[in-house]
Ligand binder design. Structure first.
Ligand code: UDP
Ligand code: MG
Length: 321
């Protein structure tokens, strides 16, 4: 089990209480890896206390808050199992779904994802914005996302290792899971209400996340300016010919301030917008080329994963560039 936690101290006890019987019932052995994503409450201390009497618990603690996507990446690095299940700590992902995930994995599926059937647990505004995002992603993105699929899923060792090779900093996990492929299947589930505390995702954070998702899975926002540019240039040429011949045939007339100012403002707007979009990509390229580590571990409970380290950057000589 991989559980990213950020200020979830109140949920841990309840989570383990519901998780253990389910896991004991369906697998021979398991471990629960908590990734404490820079919590400021008693989360890590609570995990440490629980681990004293519970040998299945391992945990790492980040030096600061790196975000859920990075916490998942760290969890995949830490997990030692033949498969791993990623779930939220707030019990919005029902542990009772786990046996069906495991059963499908035993049938040969390597990527078993929970598919939320409704979003009643979210606010109406968030639901609407999420819907808009997926519409845009579907028409822009070069990777297809199965509807309703999120982070609650089981990944086979093969998929885990594939994901560990993806060292990108701007991580949009939902896209990465779909990108690695493997035999996949969805299992519908109802999202429960949060057990305690409140959502850690503000609208600002979700907006950044949406941009990360779009820019890391599509270059269409960049290419679209080539078409707009071509269209505008052709339009300008046609207008130029029209005005030139009119001036030659009928002489000069003075008015034209309104059309002039409107077109100047319009094209200035278009240019700034396209520059902004290029900036979004350049900013992300900058973040990637710095090649900083994905995360920094400040503390841990239990032994580290002894498995050979998967390099976060694939050497250039092996790539097909
Ligand atoms: N989380 C995290 N880092 C963050 C924000 C959230 O590890 O910066 C964890 C959080 O503790 C929870 C999971 O990610 O286990 C989902 O977060 P939350 O319930 O706040 O998101 P929502 O359900 O609103 O999408
Ligand atoms: Mg939640």
């Amino acid at each position: 089990m991989i559980v990213p936690v950020h200020n979830e101290a109140e949920n841990l006890h309840l989570l383990l209480e519901r998780l253990h019987p389910v896991l004991r019932g369906c697998v021979a052995s398991y471990e629960i890896v908590f990734v404490d994503d820079g919590s400021s409450d008693a989360t890590f201390a609570t995990i440490r206390r629980l681990a004293e009497t519970d040998a299945t618990i391992r945990a790492i603690s980040f030096s600061r808050n790196f975000g859920k996507e990075i916490a998942i990446a760290a969890g995949l690095d830490e997990a030692r199992g033949a498969a791993a299940i990623i779930m939220d700590a707030d019990l919005q992902h029902p542990p009772e779904m786990i046996p069906s995930f495991v059963a499908l994995w035993r049938q040969g599926y390597k990527n078993v994802y929970g598919q939320r059937v409704d979003r009643a647990a979210d606010t109406p505004l968030r639901r609407w914005l999420t819907q808009q995002f997926y519409l845009i992603f579907d028409s822009f993105g070069e990777t297809r996302l199965p509807p309703g699929a999120g982070d609650f899923r089981l990944l086979d060792r093969q998929a885990i290792d594939a994901l560990r090779h993806m060292g990108e900093r701007a991580r949009f996990s939902k896209g990465l899971y779909a990108w690695v492929g493997f035999k996949s299947i969805g299992v519908p589930f109802e999202v429960a209400a949060r057990a305690a505390g409140q959502s850690k995702f503000s609208y600002g954070k979700l907006t950044r996340f949406a941009f990360d998702g779009l820019t890391s899975f599509s270059t269409l926002p960049l290419m679209v300016w080539t078409f707009i540019g071509t269209f505008v240039s052709v339009l300008a040429l046609v207008t130029a010919v029209y005005f030139l011949s009119r001036t030659v045939l009928y002489g000069v007339d003075v008015p034209g301030y309104a059309s002039l100012i409107v077109s100047i403002l319009f094209f200035a707007g278009i240019q700034l917008l396209s520059l902004g979009i290029i900036g979004e990509y350049v900013g992300r390229i900058f973040a990637e080329v710095k090649r900083r580590p994905l995360y920094i571990v400040a503390d841990r409970i239990g032994a580290p994963n002894p498995a050979p380290e998967v390099p976060h950057q694939v050497p250039v000589m092996n790539s097909h560039v």
